[in-house]
Design a protein around this ligand. Structure first.
Ligand code: EPU
Length: 432
């Protein structure tokens, strides 16, 4: 079984480069199938999720050509001209939550689609009712049967769709589907995440007419074809935030390069409130800390609120703070499951429903712990880096799914950690 062994208690120092944004990559890659010519996607993160999505596209008939970039990222050329199949490979699809974006894409392009019901990180209920409601409103017949979602439509027709909850996935799904629909689609109460904007930029570069991405009303005028485009994926703010938090937790001094500081504002503001020094400059941030942080209260919310994907690592930082912090998780009810593991390392955290009451302690101590999902693993890694002694993190088989070369990058900052066993085992089953 794969394990990450972290010898903690060393300040992180130096510079690290954030890769391309995972959750943008897994939306833009399928979007390339909406086009009738090749697209070239740059600054993709070199993570397993990109690899699995590439295989999914190849299984549908697309031709892909990956090229490593000098900075560690990936450029992928996607030629969709050979795509004939409309059924996504179930085994591959189940490994990646975002495989469900192929539903909107294949439906829009070919009038029918089948994707497996998505799995995903065990972070609570993950309904897809807003995806299905939106696709039906666009005129698709959608059924769930035999573990798959099947959709069919002669031609999608634009309409106004009000999302009952702010959903990144549903917003992206409906943008993808509406791009080639007849007439105008308006998505109200849309998610405003920067990766929604990134997807809109790709689509528009390929000839789509998407307006308002980044606000809560997105208007899509359907076009008859998309041509393909060259597009660079935006940086991953969660990866960057994880290194920023790790710097603060180890009282280090770290520059995180290749970021859009504005996207990090919710995390930067909380770090500063906790007494951590954060300087923003152009495309990097520098994070410095030389004492225990102060307790602060955090509530996760859709963008531009504090991101749920950074909550677990941030809770580790707060467990080292002076005073008591209250962390409220409003997006995923299962995102405190790692707290039991953190307790083995000496944290004093009490979870009551969607709230964690975090009493700061002076130090954490290394222990054997187990990660349950991608961000829980990141949190345990941060805890291990800050703790005295050795932490053994198991359940890290998907270490490479969402963080590009995490072990190498942390080593570059002076961390002492090593991976033991095969890091890409069968437990890669869950997507994010
Ligand atoms: N929701 C519904 N119905 C739906 C869709 C969502 O009720 O049809 C609810 C969810 O239960 C949740 C809330 O709406 O409470 C927000 O869910 P959203 O749809 O925004 O999440 P997602 O698209 O499934 C993406 C990321 C997650 C990230 C969330 C929130 C991808 C592949 N995943 O998930 O990323 O936490 O947005 O920002 O983009 C991660 O990277 O670790 C990760 C889990």
């Amino acid at each position: 079984m794969a394990k990450l062994i972290v010898h903690g208690g060393h300040r992180l120092e130096g510079a690290v480069r954030a890769g391309g944004r995972k959750n943008s990559a897994v939306a833009v890659i399928p979007a390339a199938l909406l086009c009738d010519g090749p697209s070239s996607l740059e600054n993709l993160p070199a993570i397993d999720d990109v690899g699995v999505y590439s295989q999914l596209l190849e299984a549908l008939g697309a031709r892909l050509q990956p090229r490593p970039e000098r900075n560690g990222g990936l450029t992928l050329t996607i030629d969709p001209r050979g795509v004939r199949r409309t059924v996504a490979d179930h085994d591959l699809g189940k490994r990646l939550r975002a495989s469900y974006y192929l539903l909107g894409v294949l439906l829009a392009r070919f009038g029918e689609a089948e994707v497996p019901l998505p799995g995903g990180c065990d972070i609570g209920l993950r309904p897809i009712d807003q995806h299905l409601k939106g696709l039906s409103a666009l005129g698709a017949q959608v059924r769930i049967e035999h573990g798959a979602i099947r959709a069919r439509a002669t031609r999608l027709e634009g309409t106004t769709i009000y999302l009952d909850v702010i959903s990144v996935g549903a917003t992206i799904q409906l943008m993808l589907a509406a791009t080639l629909a007849a007439g105008v689609t308006i998505i109200e109460n849309a998610a405003r995440e920067p990766h929604v904007v990134d997807l809109a930029n790709f689509l528009n570069a390929a000839g789509a007419r998407v307006q308002g991405a980044g606000t809560d009303v997105i208007k899509i005028r359907g076009v008859s074809r998309l041509s393909g485009a060259t597009h660079a994926i935006i940086p991953d703010e969660i990866e960057a935030a994880t290194y920023m938090i790790a710097a603060a937790a180890t009282r280090g001094d770290v520059v995180v390069e290749n970021v859009i500081p504005k996207h990090l504002d919710p995390v930067t503001a909380k770090l500063q409130e906790a007494g951590v020094t954060v300087e923003e400059n152009g495309d990097y941030v520098r994070v410095r800390a030389d004492r225990r942080p102060r307790a602060v209260h955090v509530k996760t919310l859709p963008y531009p609120g504090f991101p749920t994907d950074a909550q677990q690592p941030f809770t580790v930082l707060l467990s080292l703070a002076e005073g008591t912090s209250i962390v409220t998780e409003t997006v995923w009810e299962g995102r405190f499951r790692h707290v039991e593991e953190l307790k083995r390392m000496g944290t004093l955290i009490r979870v009551e429903g969607r709230t964690a009451i975090v009493e700061g302690v002076e130090r954490l101590t290394g222990a054997a712990v187990r990660a349950s999902d991608l961000r829980a693993r990141a949190a345990l890694m941060v805890a291990g880096l800050a703790a005295e002694g050795t932490t053994e993190i198991s359940g890290i088989e998907h270490i490479d799914r969402g963080y590009e070369r995490a072990v190498d990058k942390l080593r570059g900052l002076g961390a002492r950690l090593v991976r033991e066993g095969n890091g890409r085992g069968a437990r890669e089953a869950a997507g994010h």
